[in-house]
Design a protein around this ligand. Structure first.
Ligand SMILES: [Zn+2]
Length: 386
């Protein structure tokens, strides 16, 4: 719910300029009638943008930060395992930006092959800490600008839930097994935990069961390697994703995640955008390194083209180009290495209100198991359109 003081446009008045071209709902004197201001924007209408983007969330305790870092390091390792950096093809000159990834370079980081999408991926984790699935950006594979990791992942999880119906479940359901046969399909295809185990947890969860898909993911945390865009924030909002942890900021997305979080909470009941959690809020040290690496790339690329082939020279300060560079690779490699070497300070921690949750120690074990699985898949996430 809203946590702001509810100041309105009338209090401070709008500029008198531009009254000849006033928009619908705007009075001739330039002021906007209170009833015309969208509910979620009312608390911010005459405040600076800095107020709109400022998150007002409780701090994350160290044991929970450590838990977030486990999945963040895992996500870095998933990306590193399926790294592709040849954004403009194998032929051509990438200068010094990715000298260690050229096919002829030694030591060789890049194994060759088609560029399938940007080095951006996302991971979905349920309330118990169980990993549901991952997916990559597949823009190039589908020749599309909207096949982003988070939106693909959310649509995929919905699809998984849609096609799988457990026929053998607990309780007094007509599907209850007979003849003393042990129940094997307690969960749906994935466990959002509070949702699936409503009768054992809280009354609030029971409401979720009744409300179906709109709250199916309301206990799910999405980890994404790059701050989410408007599309992905919108999809995660409509999916009621609980929170989104991002490993690198993306200034080009104008803090849309923060804006949607603030405005959806201010408008009251309904869809609430996920809480954005920046990597530096959870002690993910590479957040700053990736941000600085990207800024350095942006400063230098105009004079040191990212790519040229005799016909064109690419000088655009694009974050997805930065994510092809050796600097980005090295940051992901360092973060990835921490999955195996992580020494937990809070091994027995589990989230409040979720007694069935994995401990941090168990979550770390699951993360290393999951990485083994990801490596065995031998493709860059799901290749289908969802
Ligand atoms: Zn996106």
């Amino acid at each position: 719910m809203g946590d702001d003081d509810g100041a309105t446009a009338r209090d401070e008045g709008a500029s008198a300029m531009g009254t000849e071209t006033h928009t619908a709902g705007q009075a001739p004197d330039g002021q906007v009638p209170d009833e015309s201001i969208p509910r979620g924007l009312k608390p911010f209408w005459n405040k600076p943008v800095s107020e709109l983007v400022r998150l007002d969330e409780p701090p994350i305790a160290e044991p929970a930060q450590e838990r977030h870092r486990i999945y963040s390091f895992l996500l870095a390792a998933v990306i590193l395992n399926y790294w592709n950096g040849n954004k403009y093809g194998e032929a051509g000159d990438y200068g010094d930006w990715r000298a260690n990834q050229l096919l002829a370079a030694q030591p060789r980081l890049y194994k060759g092959g088609s560029y399938l999408g940007h080095n951006i991926a996302a991971l979905a984790v349920d309330a118990e800490g169980r990993i549901i699935d991952y997916d990559f950006n597949h823009n190039d594979l589908f020749d599309s600008s909207v096949e982003h990791a988070e939106s693909r992942l959310v649509r995929r999880v919905f699809a998984l839930n849609q096609i799988y119906e457990p026929w053998q479940v607990d309780g007094d359901s007509p599907k209850r097994g007979r003849g003393g046969v042990p129940q094997r399909q307690e969960h749906k295809v994935f466990a959002t935990s509070l949702t699936d185990r409503a009768e054992r947890v809280t009354p609030r969860s029971a409401e979720k069961v009744a409300s179906g898909y709109s709250t199916l993911l309301s206990d799910v945390t999405v980890y994404t390697s790059l701050e989410s865009c408007a599309q992905c924030t919108g999809i995660m909002c409509l999916a009621s994703v609980k929170e989104v942890v991002y490993l690198q900021p993306d200034d080009s997305q104008f803090l849309i995640g923060n804006i949607m979080r603030r405005t959806t909470r201010a408008q009251g009941p309904g869809f609430i955008a996920p809480r954005p959690i920046a990597g530096d809020e959870i002690g993910f040290a590479y957040f700053r390194d990736l941000a600085e690496g990207n800024r350095d790339f942006g400063r230098r690329v105009e004079h040191e083209p990212f790519y040229q082939n005799g016909v064109k020279a690419v000088k655009t300060p694009s974050v997805t180009s930065y994510l092809c560079t050796d600097n980005a690779y090295q940051n992901f490699a360092a973060a990835s290495a921490e999955v195996n070497g992580m020494s937990l300070q809070h091994p027995d921690y589990r989230p409040d209100l979720v007694p069935s949750a994995l401990t941090n120690q168990q979550a770390l074990a699951m993360a290393t198991d999951f990485l083994t699985y990801v490596k065995s898949v031998r493709n860059r996430g799901t290749s289908h359109r969802v």
